[in-house]
Design a binder for this molecule. Structure first.
Ligand code: TXA
Ligand code: MG
Length: 319
């Protein structure tokens, strides 16, 4: 991240802020994945985001804020447990879903009475947000249901000639979307796992439940199939992968390729959850591009630190 010069990007940031003020979109790096940003107070800008992504209109988006932004512009209530999370993990890969302030557009919240907020840690995102001075509505900068982008090249790949101005902040260091925690019916609920694990969050904020019995909020990333390659993808044990000998298939494994394997492409992923997560989406794109009929992914370990990866792999394989 130190390689990114904010001075070198100064004129691009000016250009980006001009675009945002006009209601145009800007793709920007965060530490998790690249976002497709538009002025969160401008209905037309938000509609442009939905149109470019091809995302259903009732799916809410996250509002990104500068490190010193005042949350009271966005929320009507800041429960102590949520404030503790914000103090401990912002700026960082955490999104908080809180009761929304009057005036927050329905287009942002999908008509729900909550709003999702995040203060990202990436220096270029922070420079953009500070220069813009407002909130940036920003879903991941990919077509709906597809793999989130973790580099500027991925954003170009997603949108081609329709791509907006892209701020290039290098490869994302986290590589998986933020952990989402909501304040719902008087308790903290994890709505999407991320690199920040449940135990890290609970240490700061007390108990956090992982499912709600009543009225599940709409979280588009919670659809069964999401973050998905175009190629049919299966999650298997190592032995099951080795038993497959026909067809043209690619493998993502935690082990080196045995000499007897029959895969057209065999990629070995890191056995450390942080590095696995950082590389996962770039690796899935590479596997998707290899012209195979199937992608076989070896199941990853149990345990809290692998929870977000298990979640994304399960959705990538659901179809
Ligand atoms: O790391 C991230 O979170 C990235 C970067 C760009 O910040 N953003 C991201 O945005 O992943 P998106 O739109 O792809 O996913 C945001 C998720 C969606 O599943 C959405 O449904 C959920 O946040 N969400 C947004 N507002 C919500 C709300 N009010 N209640 C419940 N879920 C909400
Ligand atoms: Mg997304």
């Amino acid at each position: 991240m130190s390689k990114i010069s904010l001075t070198a990007n100064a004129s691009l940031i000016t250009q980006a802020v001009d675009a945002l003020r006009r209601g145009a979109l800007v793709a920007f790096p965060t530490e998790t994945v690249y976002g497709l940003g538009g002025d969160a107070r401008n209905l037309e800008a938000i509609q442009r985001i939905y149109a470019l992504k091809g995302r259903p209109l009732d799916h809410p988006v996250i509002v990104h804020l500068a490190p010193d932004a005042d949350l009271n512009d966005w929320v009507s209530e800041l429960p102590p447990a949520a404030l503790a999370l914000a103090d401990a993990f912002w700026p960082g890969p955490l999104t908080l879903v809180l009761p929304r302030a009057p005036g927050v557009l329905d287009a942002i919240t999908g008509g729900q009475d909550t709003v999702a907020l995040r203060k990202p840690a990436h220096p270029l995102a922070q420079a953009l947000l500070s220069a813009f001075g407002g909130g940036l509505a920003g879903p991941s900068a990919n077509r709906y249901g597809r793999i989130s982008p973790t580099s500027a090249a991925h954003v170009r790949e997603e949108f081609g000639a329709q791509a907006p101005l892209i701020l290039d902040g290098g490869d994302c260091t986290v590589g998986l979307e933020s952990t989402i925690v909501g304040w719902l019916d008087g308790q903290l609920v994890q709505l999407r796992p991320g690199q920040l694990s449940l135990s890290e969050l609970s240490r700061v904020a007390g108990p956090i439940v992982t499912s709600v019995a009543t009225q599940k909020p709409r979280v588009s990333g919670s659809h069964e199939s999401h973050y998905a390659p175009r190629t049919s993808t299966s999650l298997l044990n190592f032995d099951e992968i080795l038993a497959i000998t026909t067809g043209k298939f690619a493998v993502l494994s935690l082990s080196t390729a045995p000499i007897t394997h029959k895969a057209a492409l065999w990629l070995q992923a890191p056995d450390d959850a942080m590095r696995y997560g950082q590389q996962l989406y770039a690796t899935l794109r590479q596997l998707d591009a290899c012209g195979c009929e199937r992608i076989l992914v070896e199941r990853v370990p149990e345990g809290d630190d692998w929870a977000a990866i298990r979640d994304r792999l399960t959705r990538a394989a659901a179809r």
